[in-house]
Design a protein around this ligand. Sequence first.
Ligand code: PLP
Length: 426
Amino acid sequence: MSYSNLTKSELTAELAELSQQYEGFVEKGLTLDMSRGKPCTEQLDICLPMLDVLNSSVSCKSANGFDLRNYGILDGIPECKALMSQLIQVRPEQVMIGGNSSLNMMFDAIACMMTTPIVEGATPWFNVPDRKFLCPVPGYDRHFSVTGYFGFEMIPVPMTAEGPDMDIVEELVKNDASIKGIWCVPKYANPTGITYSDETVRRFACLQPAAKDFRIMWDDAYCVHDIADEGDKLLSLMDECEKAGNPDLPIIFCSTSKVSFPGSGVAAMATSENNMKVFKARYTNQTIGFDKLNMLRHLLFFKDFDGIKAHMMKHKDILKPRFETVISKFEEQLASCEIASWTNPRGGYFVSINVYPGTAKAVVKMCKEAGLVLTPAGATFPGGFDPEDSNIRIAPSYPPVEELKMAMDVFCTCVRICAIQKILSE
Ligand SMILES: Cc1ncc(COP(=O)(O)O)c(C=O)c1O
């Protein structure tokens, strides 16, 4: 029963029934929080033994004999650089290990380029008054906060099933030297969950920006985060950029926030030697070095890349039923109404849904009034403004499956009610 085929009185009858259901949810006094993509308790529990691997009986020396208990090694322990390089498909010498947060490294990278040109002789971005940044939408709200904070005009670029619309990206960067960069989450993107196609990666590597200091902020946050048995494969941007003669274009980021512990993981950045020289010159003034004992703890626990992959299989087992719950509820309760479309990702932390245009804010508000907190509508767009008022980010990881079922019942009911109200008002 596609809503577009129903008569006004049929829609009104449907609305009355759904409103009764909604009142039933409100009376339950629910408190459900799906506002952020946080790992659930079970996911944190599987990493608890990491807290026991570092104790007074283990050697705190790196392979090259450095005492990791002491100051030093700005760019991280070599073994940790080697491990993280495998996650993001670069060479170990291209990696710098940071603190506990990749977002922090992204903020630092932008802050650095604000004051110091990444290309000799270029103007620091602080002195480019009309500086702009490309923001694929829907995207990650905190990326947009960073470039918003530094005063960039943010230009939305639509996402396709293959990544950002590259026709638009190529055209924009070719013609406007005040466009200084683009935010990308190339694998299991936040929030659509799609992985950039090989062609998209190659087109990124071959970009010819008017700005010589244009940089691709390649946030590979979900590089090993499969949910499906057969995960997506992402081409190495670094390899492609080197092949294309554009080695300085990418700055690649990742962390173990959603591998080990969010807020207590290990973050990494990888880029060309030219770029890294500029970043390190700033970091030298910023810190004597990051937490090497936490790097060691991660190395002792995971041992190698296979150890990380095996650990991610455990995350997969916990997350898979949650994602399946969300998708099956959408299929059962929304598909036939033909008022919404959603993604069905093979990995990552989110499902993106486009509800009936003009109703996303109303849906989120209605859910909140029934005790279900979602990511604010619009958060997936720069400045919090979704011109269609349609996109909502669903984060299935945190609630237990039974709660998630209830949350999705509330959500689907609200999506349907708001769609009918909108259709009737049109
Ligand atoms: C795309 C993306 N990048 C970065 C982060 C945060 O990473 P970190 O904890 O390493 O700062 C998140 C967290 O949700 C994310 O979704």
